[in-house]
Design a protein around this ligand. Structure first.
Ligand code: GLC
Ligand code: CA
Length: 604
């Protein structure tokens, strides 16, 4: 058994050890929607190359590319058919070499998306594996014989539900067995219990590092170890045949052993940045994520936890596991957000736990629509407030493409046909079928489901980047693979670059302020007024330096009395209005609608 340290056992160095990847700003590129260099409607590597100066100017240190490997794009590249080649839509390996050179020349780094819980069913490993029970690669995936019910009907080996609807098993007639796929049928799960699979993954990682890659974002890495015997999931909904099985595959029995092995064989040999994506971890089990990050365990630098991302999902019922792909929507309270932020900002700090800060990515709706207010009056202000919220927390900061110009969700008058994500489409079909069955008629009310999609679908983050006012926002000279958001003429990079009051200018300034003031990256976090439903206020402290953050999450003006929250004169370093430059203990400030302010004491 490998040693897994939990919080109780703190046997290592100071919590605030500095590291380049801790103070880095990471920018996530969703390649297909970033910049198309050859007019075929798909973003590509050469397109990214033309935007490196733009990213450098913003203050980006590390670029994370969502998958660009050879792929049928059933799940937009998270279904990889060849780990060591680039999909022709994105370019060639030579284009990648040019890109990494351009990145390094500018003093930036590049991390790749490592998707190794599953491959595409078009990967050669799987093609071999499914070709016969005796094939040497048979055991590289998870194959099981069918089960039969009392009437002799063939059934999957267990009742697990796929994250993208239906059974998590697909029947293969050729060998009369099923293979496991936690995601799409086109995404068979690798069998990590087979050491040959692990060797192949580590070899591939070392190959990318030797080519110049500086780190990895690890897709659903906490799902790689399944509980032996693959037991049936608890039955949640008696009307349904399949049930969420994540208790048997999320943060499973050997996951730390495998990641420690990966660390030993790959990560520890280089100075990389690593972040693991860790879904399906219920709010009550968040401590299960700590061991991935504690330095003494030698695993990863940090993880993407999902707690904030689940804040607008229906509350799980007793005994129910979380469903991270749930597109149903619920209004959330500011106090809930504060609680989550507070928990992670203080979690395991003395033991060296380190956060990954994000509120937007390719799997989530746009943050200004979700956590801010995207109406014309408040869009710019609330996007800037959200920039302050992220840039004043402890952790490594991740910015998603378009977030820096306040891109928002697609308009509500877009029909379902504009949504391209398989997860959205399957969810809609599933709910429709379910309702039709339940009500025994074809004409059923789906308005709540549509509303959920309009709030939360992954498609919102996947519309093409809005570069300028030309047709298709300068993303492509051809027909874009997905429709450009209608608002691009008013909301684009070009106009924001020349506007000192734009969101883009604000982000650049904010990232500079974060870098100039170490307290923002490393300081201790203290939440003020936890139950206040309009103002999110906290301090950050590092040695003698104190920062006060005041964020008004409402449209109404509101008074905030500084009482004894501060003990000396503080100076403004960031704000989205033009407020008092200095504040004093015992004073009072009035925050306007969506106003955010950041003050410092004894700082630069
Ligand atoms: C991760 C990715 C998501 C993908 C899923 C399956 O959650 O971020 O886009 O669909 O894994 O690979
Ligand atoms: Ca292209």
């Amino acid at each position: 058994m490998s040693k897994v340290t939990t919080l109780v056992d703190s046997t290592f160095g100071p919590p605030l050890d500095r590291a380049w990847w801790k103070s880095a700003v990471v920018y996530q590129i969703y390649p297909i929607s970033f910049c198309d260099s050859n007019g075929d409607g798909f973003g590509d590597l050469n397109g990214i190359l033309t935007k490196l100066d733009y990213l450098k100017d913003l203050g980006v240190d590390v670029i994370w590319l969502s998958p660009i490997y050879k792929s049928p794009l059933a799940d937009m590249g998270y279904d990889i058919a060849d780990y060591c080649d680039i999909d022709p839509r994105y370019g060639t390996l030579q284009d990648w070499d040019k890109l990494i050179e351009g990145v390094h020349q500018r003093g930036m780094k590049l991390m790749m998306d490592l998707v190794v819980n599953h491959t595409s069913d078009e990967h050669d490993w799987f093609i071999q594996s499914r070709s016969g029970k005796d094939n040497p690669k048979r055991d590289w995936y998870v194959w099981r014989p069918p089960k039969y019910d009392a009437k002799g009907n063939r059934k999957p080996p267990n009742n697990w539900k796929s994250a993208f609807q239906g059974s998590a098993w697909e029947y293969d007639e050729n060998t009369d067995e099923y293979y496991l796929h936690i995601y799409l049928t086109k995404q068979p799960d690798l069998n990590w219990d087979n050491p040959k699979v692990r060797d192949a993954v580590y070899d591939m990682m070392n190959w990318w590092v030797s080519r110049g890659c500086d780190g990895f974002r690890m897709d659903v890495i906490n799902l790689i170890s399944k509980v032996e015997g693959l037991p049936d999931a608890p039955i949640i909904d008696p009307n349904s045949e399949y049930h969420p099985g994540s208790v048997y595959y999320a943060n499973g029995p050997r996951v730390h052993e495998y990641i420690q092995e990966m660390n030993k064989r790959v990560l520890s040999k280089h100075d990389l940045i690593t972040v693991g994506e860790t879904p399906f971890t219920p709010p009550t089990a968040q401590h299960a994520l700590i061991p991935y990050v504690l330095p003494s365990n030698n695993e990863l630098n940090m993880v993407f936890q999902f707690e904030l991302m689940g804040i607008d999902a229906p509350l799980p019922q007793e005994g129910q596991t979380v469903d991270d792909q749930d597109l149903k929507w619920r209004q959330w309270e500011l106090s809930e957000m504060k609680q989550v932020v507070n928990r992670w900002q203080t979690f395991g700090r003395d033991e060296g736990f380190w956060n990954a800060l994000y509120i937007e990515n390719h799997d989530r709706a746009r943050s200004v629509s979700r956590f801010g207010n995207d109406s014309p009056q408040w869009r710019t202000l609330s996007a800037k407030l959200l920039a302050m919220l992220q840039a004043t927390q402890s952790g490594t900061l991740y910015v998603y493409q378009g977030e820096e110009i306040g891109m928002k969700n697609v308009p509500t008058d877009w029909g379902l046909e504009e949504y391209k994500d398989v997860c959205t489409i399957n969810f809609w079909k599933d709910m429709l079928n379910q309702r039709r069955k339940e009500l025994g008629k074809n004409d059923v009310d789906m308005s709540d489901i549509l509303e959920g999609i309009q709030h939360k679908a992954r498609d919102h983050a996947r519309t093409p980047m809005q570069w300028d006012t030309s047709l298709h926002s300068g993303f492509t000279t051809g027909i874009p693979w997905m429709r450009v958001n209608d608002d691009y003429v008013d909301w684009n990079v070009q106009s924001q670059l020349s506007d000192p009051s734009s969101i883009r200018t604000f982000w650049k300034n904010t990232l500079r302020v974060r870098k100039e003031n170490e307290v923002l990256t490393y300081g201790d976090f203290k939440l003020l007024r936890p139950s206040h439903e309009q103002i999110f206020a906290y301090t950050r402290t590092l040695d003698q330096i104190v920062v006060l953050v005041l964020l008004n999450f409402g449209e109404e003006n509101i008074e905030f009395s500084l009482s004894d929250d501060i003990n000396g004169t503080m100076r403004l370093i960031l704000g989205n209005y033009t407020p008092e430059e200095l504040i004093q203990p015992g004073g009072t400030v009035i925050l306007h609608g969506w106003e955010g302010r950041v003050y410092i004491q004894n700082g630069r």
